[in-house]
Design a protein around this ligand. Structure first.
Ligand code: F6R
Length: 608
């Protein structure tokens, strides 16, 4: 292994164990693999990462190049694209515990450099495994939990086991959450992988095969994928793949044709993916409306037959779920509640066979949500879900699935997936309740396009307020989740403190914080609640706040106003959120933040 060359590898690691939110891209091809892997890594860059690495095998040598920083650093410092070999593995690491060091970056190799491994997840029993391996003479170069894996595989290989058998032997000893890919110095014709509670997908190409944590990693090479399930191990060669359970019994798995297209991954003329995805909403909302009639019918039957309905999700998906909760309760067909996925186990006590749990997620890989689903299932509840990533863990663990159909969302902040979720929520509620509130989806697209024309106005507002330390967002009733969404988006992209709250709650404490110049975004579309919200805005104005109104109506209290077209309660949230997304985006660019990759955030939060 070329460890010393170019200073690719540093001596000792001091980090404690880490949890990782990582991207895995591995493959075997008839072409040189390193450039293909780097392109794949760039496509999963959106997941967030702090270090990156590549390993290839060629002429009996295993070579690793890894570094703290961006994929571009790996290329500029170590010329990773020039690495020799047609078999390789690569990784982006996102450390949440422990230091970010070169030694802790992946791939990790076994002591005799027989095996290199990349890993996403947490090995819970790594301390005991590591102690035993050290006693047996293994030398560790990092302090990550992941490094036990190549040592375990090497140990099994030394007893004469082939790559698949050695991987199975290692996997049987692991406890925890993982997606793993291993590569073998003496078997360049094969890579192996395993998954448990972390995504891993096989990409089936023409005389080339891939293993990755996300289909985006290989979508430019193939649109056929095999989604692995938990406790499955895979053996991949350039010509094919075989999947096994952990007892080594082969499992038949057929490839799925992916619907996402490569063109969805281009920024086109936009400066950032986030802005492109905000603009795409006039089209994606219409696509979200078009649901398979049979699937929708199963969803509706499940909801109508439920004794109670519990919606669950995280972040923006939760805000979309809150809107559906409101709609279903308002129409009184079924009793419905919403709980954050991370709070599910501790608060969802009254679950039983009569409960239907509805899970909302863009990625379908959010660990808190997958855990909530496991808890719900354990209590006998039915689980139905609304996801963007059709082959995701959530989709596969649900009894019924509706998809958002909004294409890959690359910007870390949820934008088009949120409006698609709101639209699918409307479609579900309309079908359950038996009335149409959406009307013509193309007309909704036109209303979105009209709202997007406020872009310049929102940019001016962002310029005015870019240096304010705090922002507040208020709304009433059905509009309240939008106040939460506006605050979340602003925090994520601008790093400014922001709070979203019911307008009615202001006087119970928060008014104390309002001073001259404090920006407060008031979501006040005409209709129910308008007058009461305006009263709150007047209270704010009297205390010096700069009221930024988002409304289809004019009012003197609005110091600044972003006009949205009039609509009904189902469509209004989709329009209200657009100026909020644009505000967060322009606040980020005004403050020189990268809106596509905000600090400390990962697109799919795959650890709990
Ligand atoms: C907000 C955002 C996150 C996600 C949350 C859930 O802009 O991106 O808050 O909404 O992590 O992710 P999914 O929907 O993939 O389960």
């Amino acid at each position: 292994m070329n460890r010393g060359r170019d200073g690719c590898y540093i001596g000792s690691a001091e980090a404690s164990e880490c949890k990782t939110l990582c991207g895995i891209v591995a493959g075997i091809s008839e072409e040189e693999i390193a450039p293909i892997l780097l392109e794949g890594l760039r496509r999963v860059e959106y997941r967030g990462y702090d270090s990156a690495g590549v390993a290839t095998v060629s002429e009996g040598k295993l070579e690793i190049r890894k570094e703290v920083g961006r994929i571009d650093d790996l290329e500029s410092k170590y010329r990773a694209s020039g690495m020799k070999g047609r078999t390789g593995i690569s990784h982006t690491r996102w450390a949440t515990h422990g230091r970010v060091t070169q030694a802790n970056a992946h791939p990790h190799a076994s002591c005799e450099d027989l095996v290199a491994v990349v890993h996403n997840g947490i090995i819970e029993n790594y301390r005991e495994l590591r102690e035993r391996l050290i006693k047996e003479g293994h030398v560790f170069k990092s302090e990550t939990d992941s490094e036990v894996i190549p040592h375990l595989i090497e140990e099994a290989s030394r007893t004469g086991k082939d790559p698949l058998a050695a991987t199975l032997s290692a996997v049987r000893q692991l406890r925890g959450q993982y997606a793993i890919v291993a590569m073998f110095r003496d078997h360049p014709e094969v890579i192996t992988g395993a998954r448990n509670d972390a995504p891993l997908v096989v990409g089936v190409g023409e005389r080339e095969m891939f293993l990755a944590s996300d289909v985006l990693a290989f979508i430019s090479r193939t649109d056929r994928a095999v989604f692995l399930d938990n406790m499955e191990v895979v053996e991949v060669t350039a010509r094919g793949y075989r999947v096994f359970d952990t007892d080594g019994v082969e499992v038949e798995k057929k490839p799925t044709q992916l619907a996402w297209e490569l063109s969805d991954l281009s920024k086109h003329d936009y400066a950032h993916y986030t802005l492109k995805e905000i603009h795409e909403q006039s089209v994606t909302v219409e696509r979200a409306y078009l649901q398979d009639a049979g699937k929708l019918d199963s969803f509706v039957r499940a909801l109508r037959g439920a004794e109670s309905v519990l919606l669950t999700a995280s972040g923006s998906s939760y805000h979309a779920a809150m809107l559906l909760k409101d709609r279903l309760n308002r129409d009184g067909i079924v009793r419905c509640d919403a709980v954050l996925a991370g709070e599910f186990e501790d608060t969802a006590h009254f679950l039983d066979k009569g409960t239907v749990v509805v899970a909302f997620s863009q990625s379908g890989e959010t660990a808190d949500l997958l855990h909530a689903v496991k808890v719900a299932r354990g209590k006998g509840a039915k689980v139905i879900s609304v996801v963007n990533a059709a082959g995701s863990s959530l989709a596969r663990e649900s009894d019924e699935v509706l998809t958002l159909n909004c294409g890959p969302e690359v910007g870390v902040a949820a934008t088009k997936s949120f409006t698609a979720q709101v639209m699918v929520g409307n479609v579900i509620a309309d079908a359950v309740v038996g009335k149409s509130t959406v009307g013509d989806p193309a007309a909704v697209g036109r209303l979105i396009a009209e709202t997007l024309a406020t872009e310049e106005k929102v940019r001016e507002i962002a310029k005015l307020f870019r240096d304010r330390p705090d922002f507040y967002f208020i709304a009433r009733g059905h509009h309240y989740p939008l106040a939460l969404e506006g605050a979340l988006k602003l925090k994520e992209l601008s790093y400014i403190h922001a709070e979203g709250m019911p307008a009615s709650e202001l006087k119970h404490g928060t008014l104390a914080l309002i001073e001259k110049g404090t920006p407060v975004v008031v979501l006040a579309p005409g209709g129910e609640g308008f007058e009461s919200t305006i009263s709150n805005a007047l209270e704010l104005e009297a205390r010096g706040a700069e009221v930024i109104g988002i409304s289809d109506k004019e009012h003197p209290v609005f110091r600044h106003r972003v006009g949205i077209p009039p609509s009904n309660e189902s469509i209004s949230p989709i329009l209200e959120v657009i100026p909020l997304q644009l505000l967060a985006y322009f606040m980020a660019t005004e403050r020189k933040n990268d809106p596509d990759y905000p600090r400390n955030l990962a697109k799919s939060v795959t650890v709990r």
